[in-house]
Design a protein around this ligand. Structure first.
Ligand code: PLP
Length: 360
């Protein structure tokens, strides 16, 4: 069986070493020493000034929306994981979808201006599959119309833009450290900003608004994360270079082996140092994609329709017509990609895909 992804599991002994300290201190959560150390180490690794470790990538988005005080309409992409849209709705705002660029699969900046109304407060765009949005164009539009920008950078551990961490862009960027993401803390997420005041605001939001034991600075939520998650996170982070290099090697192997397969890959945005988080392939149409999926399922090779459905179709939002996103959602598959996937397994996947194309 070849799953689409497998969580990276570091050597147990490395985690045990940190857990011993947790047991000695009897300090499990509430801004413990491992959480602090994890935040410091993440800042060093990613080259960032400010970040907060939170319970997951979804609460990160919700804290970001809350911290910026967003109201009314938020312009967003229909091609992402459902959390991008659900967070907007959960925070009482209205998602206004803008279709994606067919090549990069990210929100098409040229279509944003038409969607702006007096109620628009922000743009929430996803750097889909770890590939940067057209950040410069989005930035220009946002400045012109006085809109905040949040990037759902859930997929972007290790991605750079113009030589800097991609998390430096936008008013706030968020990351998911969920077990299925390349670098993880089992469950976890980050909010990143360059603005110390926003950081302070988000720190209050993360911890019930507590300002000392008996005072509160505004409404808050429980977005904290635990010493146990930080322990796994710290150990996984020690292997981050290895994980990202492996991902790249596996992706280049697919590139070579699948050269003759009649599919296309998303185009990497100019200035983007891509992290190879996923291996999406786009078929000519939905029938071809589904035929491939069914055939691979039979061989116990499990691809995923990332992302399906297009988020304008989730049922609790206004169903705009998003022809590009809908077409891509129907005709895309992500191939298995994870630490420990072997070249033999990749070869088997290639053989099945090519056989289908040639005789199918
Ligand atoms: C994984 C993911 C999230 C949610 O992250 P969690 O840590 O699972 O809550 C949000 N947005 C995108 C694009 C994701 O892929």
């Amino acid at each position: 069986m070849i799953p689409v992804t497998k969580p990276f599991l570091p050597p147990k002994q490395e985690v045990y070493a940190l857990l011993n300290g947790v047991w000695e201190r009897n300090w499990l959560t509430n801004n413990g020493p491992l959480v602090n150390e994890y935040e410091i180490r993440l800042k060093q690794y990613l080259g960032l000034k400010h970040l907060l470790f939170v319970s997951n990538g979804t609460i990160a988005l919700q804290i970001a929306i809350k911290a910026l005080g967003l109201k009314g309409e938020i312009i967003t992409t229909p091609f992402s994981y459902v959390a991008t849209t659900s967070s907007i709705v959960w925070e009482g705002c209205t998602p206004v979808f803008v279709d994606i660029d067919e090549e990069t699969l990210n929100i098409d900046p040229e279509k944003i201006a038409d969607a702006i109304t007096p109620q628009t407060s922000a743009i929430l765009a996803t750097h889909c599959f770890g590939n940067a949005c057209d950040i410069d164009a989005i930035d220009t539009i946002a400045k012109k119309h006085n809109l905040k920008v949040i990037y759902d950078a859930a997929h972007c551990f290790g991605t750079t833009y113009k030589g800097k961490s991609i998390f430096e862009y936008g008013d706030i960027s968020t990351l998911s450290l969920h077990a299925t993401k390349p670098v993880h803390s089992v469950e976890g997420g980050l909010v990143v900003t360059q603005d110390p005041e926003l950081l302070e605001r988000m720190a209050f939001l993360r911890n019930f608004g507590h300002d000392g034991p008996e005072n509160f600075n505004g409404v808050g939520i429980n977005g904290k994360n635990s010493e146990l998650h930080a322990a796994v996170g710290l150990v996984v982070l020690n292997h981050a270079d290895e994980i990202l290099e492996n991902r790249k090697k596996l992706s280049l192997y697919y590139d070579r082996e699948l050269e003759n397969l009649k599919v296309r890959k998303p185009k990497v945005q100019e200035h983007c140092g891509y992290n190879h988080a996923y291996y999406p392939i786009i078929f000519g149409d939905e029938a071809q994609a589904l035929t491939a999926k069914v055939a691979l399922d039979k061989q116990e090779i499990f691809c995923r329709r990332y992302f399906f459905p297009s988020l304008n179709k989730v049922g609790y939002v206004n169903d705009y017509d998003m022809p590009v996103s809908e077409k891509i959602a129907q005709s895309i598959l992500c191939l298995p990609l994870y630490y420990g996937l072997s070249n033999q397994e990749q070869f088997l996947i290639k053989r099945n895909l090519l056989r289908l194309q040639n005789y199918g």
